[in-house]
Design a protein around this ligand. Sequence first.
Ligand code: ZN
Length: 69
Amino acid sequence: MCVICRKRAPKGDLARYVCPRDLAADSLVPDPGRNKPGRGFYVCGEPECREKFGKAEKGLMKKCKGVCI
Ligand SMILES: [Zn+2]
């Protein structure tokens, strides 16, 4: 499910990002292979979602803390 528009889409249409291992990092880590451990966030291919995802990244990062340390 896309974290921005909440639409369900086939996994192949969603880009996966995971929380960085390094807590000092300030951006999510792209996971093209979909095999990285940890909390994953998915975003669909809509340009609007991609753009909003960039802005929402900081908020999503907060969810990371405490989950994947
Ligand atoms: Zn979307």
